[in-house]
Ligand binder design. Structure first.
Ligand code: MG
Length: 258
């Protein structure tokens, strides 16, 4: 009897976690099966230095290559009004956010940014911008180098939800990187949430968000619930009135794990 109930508990636990176990061995193939298709060959990315951006991987969609903002639009869909010069672009305060013309779903995203130097302001009023996945989920961009703010709003925080595991910020004026893995939410036909969004972030090569589950869109003093929406939406960058710079932005779409 006791064994049966233990079995029932184990079965229940396994059944409960099954929907969250995403990577599974495909039993269609034998182990070391010579007929199993090889993954596509690509030319990998090269690393950036402070002086020059690296080269994106060959299978990435390049969102900014140092030349123009043709892949981006302003809030009304017109040309992005941020300034492009010397291989980077810079937020022009009060011109509003910019977003990609193309929508994206689950993805690997590489972004480089540089905080205004010399530093100006404090707390949230210091080099604030943001990477909004699907225009809804903000990975905070802020000058958090030797500068304090609330933990869930510092650089590399999922804004209002998760502080980064460590503060890996570089000083203002230096180029920094975010490498983000994002899996968006899924809804069924009735609009019920079937899977929350998940995000992993490396800040300057250091793991700072480890596959965290988002509570919904990010907000200031609010954690709004998920609203059903399309699987693909444009990526946005925030105008928070500070001249933050960006360069070398690329994205690779990921196939849905289902
Ligand atoms: Mg921000």
């Amino acid at each position: 009897m006791r064994r049966i109930s233990l079995f029932c508990v184990c079965a229940f636990v396994l059944a409960s976690i099954a929907p969250f176990c995403r990577a599974q061995v495909d039993t269609k193939w034998k182990i070391h099966d010579p007929d199993r298709p090889a993954p596509p060959e690509i030319d990998p990315a090269t690393a950036s230095t402070q002086d020059s951006p690296g080269r994106p991987p060959s299978d990435a969609v390049v969102l900014f290559d140092g030349k123009d903002l043709s892949k981006w639009a302003d809030k009304e869909g017109g040309p992005a009004k941020w300034k492009v010069e010397n291989g980077y672009f810079e937020v022009v305060p009060k011109t509003g956010e910019i977003h990609t013309r193309e929508p994206f779903g689950d993805c690997q995203l590489h972004v480089e940014f540089s905080e205004p130097s010399p530093a100006k302001g404090q707390d949230q009023d210091r080099g604030n911008s943001g990477v909004f996945l699907q225009g809804l989920y903000e990975t905070q961009v802020l000058d958090s180098y030797q500068s304090k703010t609330y933990a869930d709003g510092q650089a590399a925080a999922i804004y209002g939800q998760y502080p980064p595991l460590v503060n890996a910020s570089r000083p203002p004026g230096q180029w920094q990187t975010y490498d983000i893995i994002f899996h968006g939410p899924r809804f069924d036909a009735s609009g019920k949430l079937m899977r929350p969004a998940r995000e992993t972030v490396f800040h300057n090569g250091v793991l700072v968000q480890d596959n965290v589950e988002l509570t919904g869109p990010t907000g200031h003093h609010v954690r709004p619930p998920y609203k059903p929406g399309p699987e693909k939406l444009p990526l946005a960058l925030q105008d928070h009135n500070h001249p933050v710079r960006y360069r070398n932005i690329w994205i690779r779409e990921l196939k849905s794990p289902e």
